[in-house]
Design a protein. Structure first.
Length: 384
């Protein structure tokens, strides 16, 4: 058995054990409830017998035992009635209820639903009915399993959240460490490439070729900078989001398939937002690359920037395969992917950059299977 299988087996064993414990507790509580309920009925039957003895008593009858039995009932609410429900006597009923005839009749109706009455026969043709309810102790015992179950659920939720938070913290440390190590590993050959570029500039190499190489080296430096920022608080700057978005857009446009028709629509004036430029370009690239992948390298891709009062919206639309409505939120979960290859970290990372670092929002604005999708970013616009 593999380690993951053992861990899964252990989890199910714990869940099953907890379930059995809850069942045993509920079952035992039910048994106790029935025992106490039977004991209370016996008490009320004795009370009825004692009442009958008093009603049929004469001068020579010893009433001490009967009176003692009746006096011992200090908790069980009861109402003594005629066969036509006319109330004769009552005991352990609240004064506010007893002083109001309508309230007392309502209490009688309630007590009737709790237990079957005890028939107290005074003669062959005359009898009384003793209705009694559950004592406060019995009522508390009745709701005990529910309270216990809620406590167990609350405890399980606390343990689960603690376990989940600890696991996420460990994963975050791991990813941050891997990202920083990646940035460190890229840095060494990148420094060498910068040196080789300087040597090429002294040779008879076309300037356009050198410019493209320089762009890619700058690109690698940006990627290194991004990875180095994971796990640490990024520095935010007041920047023109139109220019920052367009720079990332233009870079990808020049290096994408010619079968993708790109379009960029934005205000002609600067729109300022507090962002980190390296992380924002990463966000745009993830969305654009996902759109291109969804279209399999062929279709129409639109990037639109809109101003609405104090907000800025960036929409990335494609004509790809689309996303099912039940997956609108799942696409941002770590590990979720519809690709045959990939770890499903792109949109999860994008969501973290947008919402945790830039205090913005990201969502699937609209999507239709076979027709395409629109992803939307939203930021707070700063005044010029």
């Amino acid at each position: 058995m593999q380690f993951s299988d053992k861990r899964t087996f252990t989890r199910w064993l714990i869940i099953l054990t907890l379930f059995l414990i809850v069942v045993l507790i509920v079952w035992n509580t039910y048994n106790f409830f029935q025992i106490f309920k039977n004991e209370e009925r016996v008490k009320m039957e004795l009370w009825a017998t004692a009442q009958k003895t008093i009603n049929n008593a004469n001068e020579n009858t010893d009433l001490d035992l009967a009176l003692k039995i009746m006096g011992n009932n200090t908790t069980i609410p009861m109402i003594l009635t005629m066969p036509n429900d006319s109330i004769i006597n009552y005991n352990n009923i609240e004064e506010e209820v007893a002083s109001n005839s309508k309230a007392l009749q309502a209490e009688l109706k309630k007590i009737k639903s709790e237990n079957n009455p005890i028939k107290m026969e005074l003669s062959e043709t005359d009898y009384r009915l003793v209705y009694y309810g559950n004592s406060p102790l019995l009522n508390k015992l009745k709701y005990y399993p529910i309270a216990l179950l809620l406590i167990i659920i609350l405890f399980a939720a606390v343990v689960y959240n603690f376990y989940r938070a600890t696991k996420m913290a460990t994963q975050n440390k791991l990813w941050a460490g891997m990202a920083k190590e990646t940035a460190h590993q890229i840095g060494t050959p990148l420094s060498s490439l910068i040196g080789w570029l300087e040597i090429l500039k002294t040779e008879n190499v076309e300037e356009s070729t050198l410019n493209e190489i320089e762009k890619d080296i700058t690109r690698l430096q940006t990627i290194t900078d991004r990875f180095s920022k994971i796990g640490s608080e990024p520095v935010l700057k007041k920047l023109d989001i139109v220019e920052e978005t367009k720079n990332a857009y233009e870079y990808l446009k020049s290096r994408s398939s010619k079968q993708v028709n790109f379009s960029f629509t934005a205000p002609e004036h600067p729109v300022y937002v507090e962002i980190n430029p390296a992380l924002h370009s990463w966000t745009i690239e993830n969305l654009v690359k996902n759109a291109i992948d969804a279209m399999k390298g062929k279709g129409e891709l639109k990037v639109v920037i809109e101003e609405i009062e104090n907000r800025v919206k960036i929409k990335v639309s494609d004509t790809g395969k689309g996303i099912a409505k039940n997956q609108f939120t799942k696409v941002f979960e770590p590990g979720f992917t519809t690709k045959k290859r990939g770890w499903g970290l792109g949109l999860s990372l994008t969501k973290r950059i947008v919402e945790d670092y830039h205090k913005g929002k990201i969502k699937v604005e609209s999507s239709e299977i076979g027709k395409g999708s629109t992803m939307q970013l939203q930021y707070h616009r700063m005044m010029n």
